[in-house]
Design a protein around this ligand. Structure first.
Ligand code: ASP
Length: 332
């Protein structure tokens, strides 16, 4: 990866060049929010934006776009990078398991024509984003679940693999014995990769992939694979994707809401803020959970916002890969 190109926005718009994703792991809390977190540049196509600090993933996607590839190919390739990263404990291999010790993955993908494919509760397959694409392109359906999704993946040539790494197994075993364990917002249990891309034709696509909430109840599915919640694209308007407590995103159909707000004239930043506002308004206990959104519109403007400090977005455009600390609602 071209590490020299990766820049982290630290405070008040000042930039610091850092050494790549490994050097940045766990450093999100040290970033300060950028008060003007909305990025705007209509000439900045193609572009990729993703939840969290994932420079390798945005770089892989941007490389596809630079060589004239489609936004759909870009988001698939970008999401695959994090799915294959065994050290990341929230996506693909190495994802933290449910409370029974099973790694169950959710993912979806959406193209500029409005086609969508998803897998929910998929086990033993490292690249759910690619299986989701196969569901979209090779079946008459849009969502496949559990063992049926796994069988379908195998029939499409995906190998079965053990996704529970030693580190994730140990973390789960620790969780089992620590009855009073309480996750720390932004540091544990959250990290879905949601990615939006605009290609050189101006077409938008998105992908979203996750192992869901760590130590969830067996059978639980969150927002990430559900159209309109974890991801939504309308090529006339823009796209949005989410991370955080999926139940709250689902109840407000967050990504669809953001796209519809942009259709009505809100900027991506305003739309993300309004969607977070809806969740906060309905939840007096919002201090206990995190939700973060990113959005992009047809002009290439990008927005991102979260309930609490700690969320960030990575944006690759004009040859520069930058991580932006998100502005957030709860300043108390
Ligand atoms: N949104 C994901 C879910 O609820 C989890 C996360 O982003 O951390 O499954």
């Amino acid at each position: 990866m071209k590490r020299r190109n990766f820049i982290q926005r630290t405070a008040l718009g000042s930039l610091a060049v850092v050494g790549g994703s490994k050097a940045l792991a766990g450093s999100l809390s040290s970033t300060e929010p950028n008060p003007k977190s909305s990025m705007s540049n209509s000439e900045a196509m193609p572009l990729v934006v993703a939840t969290w600090n994932v420079p390798n993933a945005t770089e892989a996607a941007y490389t596809v776009l630079q060589s004239g590839g489609s936004a759909l190919d870009a988001v698939e390739q970008g999401c695959r990078v994090e799915e294959a990263n065994a050290e990341g404990q929230s996506v693909g291999i190495g994802g933290l398991p449910d409370r029974e010790g099973h790694v169950t993955l959710d993912a979806c993908i959406m193209n500029s024509k409005g086609d969508y494919g998803a897998v929910v509760y998929l086990q033993n397959i490292k690249h759910p984003i690619s299986v989701a694409r196969k569901v979209m392109e090779e079946t008459p359906h849009v969502i496949m679940a559990g063992s049926g999704a796994e069988q379908f993946a195998v029939s499409q040539g995906f190998p079965r693999e053990n996704l529970l790494t030693e580190a994730s197994k140990k973390a789960w075993q620790k969780w089992l014995v620590e009855a009073k364990y309480k996750p720390i917002i932004n540091i544990e249990n959250h990290d879905t990769i949601g990615m939006l891309a605009i290609d050189q034709n101006g077409d938008i696509a998105g992908g979203c992939t996750t192992s869901g909430l760590a130590y969830k109840m067996a059978g639980r599915v969150g927002d990430s694979p559900i159209i309109g919640s974890g991801l939504f694209i309308d090529n006339e308007v823009g796209g949005a994707t989410a991370t955080g407590l999926g139940e709250e995103v689902l109840k407000t159909v967050g990504s669809f809401l953001i796209v519809e707000l942009m259709r009505q004239g809100r900027s991506p930043q305003q739309a993300c803020e309004e969607a977070i506002g809806r969740i906060v308004k309905k939840n007096p206990n919002y201090k206990d959970f995190q939700v973060g959104y990113i959005a992009v519109n047809k002009k290439g403007e990008v927005g991102y916002y979260s309930i609490h400090q700690g969320f960030s977005a990575t944006c690759y455009r004009k040859g520069t890969n930058e991580n932006f600390a998100s502005d957030y609602f709860d300043k108390s």
